[in-house]
Design a protein around this ligand. Structure first.
Ligand SMILES: C[S@@+](CC[C@H](N)C(=O)[O-])C[C@H]1O[C@@H](n2cnc3c(N)ncnc32)[C@H](O)[C@@H]1O
Length: 214
């Protein structure tokens, strides 16, 4: 289990469930697998996978220098620095290296409001992966105008956050996040060069996708 996640700490069990299912899906990778973590923030998924797999190496990137700095400190405190390389920037600026055995993109791509940018993000990740390598992606997705799901999402935010912050975040959902339907996310992954995307995880609007690089 990874460390608490700041202001969303009341939802840590949700994130831990996503990480557990991810660890299971990745569990047959080689002992020396090299994993790419896209949009890693301060590193919760990397810290979790690295602790569970002592031979795996990680390359991670994010556009937020401060989040990466916090991640770097947590990685160092956990004694994992020798196995982790962090890069501040996008997939396009990530230095070229050996192709990856797997990649994760947890709660990143839905922030790309432009669908072509979002496709380029995934195709860029695929371009750094070995053929057949595993992609795990987690995104917010919903049926269009599904008030029932959106009500439950608002309830989750009110459970996790002070009322004002919860209401602000609920109101901003469609401004800050590109909410595609689950089918559209699957089609996006296919069009970006991934094979047979399938849902392996759902918590309200949060969906986890498993696919392999074609
Ligand atoms: C909600 S956080 C998720 C962090 C982490 N993956 C997690 O599961 O907690 C989304 C992260 O995506 C990063 N991000 C957004 N657009 C990005 C891009 N084009 N390339 C890399 N990172 C990006 C943000 O800076 C932020 O750290």
């Amino acid at each position: 289990m990874s460390e608490g996640s700041g202001r969303f700490h009341k939802l840590d069990a949700m994130r831990d469930a996503l990480h557990l299912m991810s660890r299971i899906i990745l569990s047959e990778l080689p002992d020396d697998a090299h994993i790419l973590c896209a949009g890693v923030g301060d590193g919760p998924e990397l810290l979790d996978f690295a602790a569970a797999n002592p031979g795996w190496r990680f390359t991670a990137f994010d556009i937020d220098q401060e989040a990466l700095q916090r991640g770097q400190e947590k990685i160092a405190a956990a004694g994992l620095a020798a196995r982790c390389t962090l890069h501040c920037g996008t997939i396009d600026t990530l230095p070229q290296g050996e192709p990856f055995d797997a990649a994760t993109a947890f709660l990143v791509s839905h922030f790309m409001l432009d669908i072509d940018e979002r496709r380029r993000f995934f195709s860029g990740i695929g371009g750094r992966m070995k053929p057949g390598a595993i992609l795990l992606s987690a995104d917010i997705a919903s049926r269009t105008n599904d008030e029932g799901w959106l009500d439950l999402w608002g309830r989750m935010l009110r459970y996790a956050l002070p009322p004002e912050a919860a209401n602000r975040m609920r109101a901003a959902l469609y401004d800050k996040v590109a909410v595609l339907t689950p089918e559209e996310v699957g089609e996006l992954l296919t069009s970006a060069g991934f094979r047979a995307p399938r849902l392996f995880f759902q918590n309200l609007l949060m969906h986890g996708w498993y696919a392999t690089r074609a």
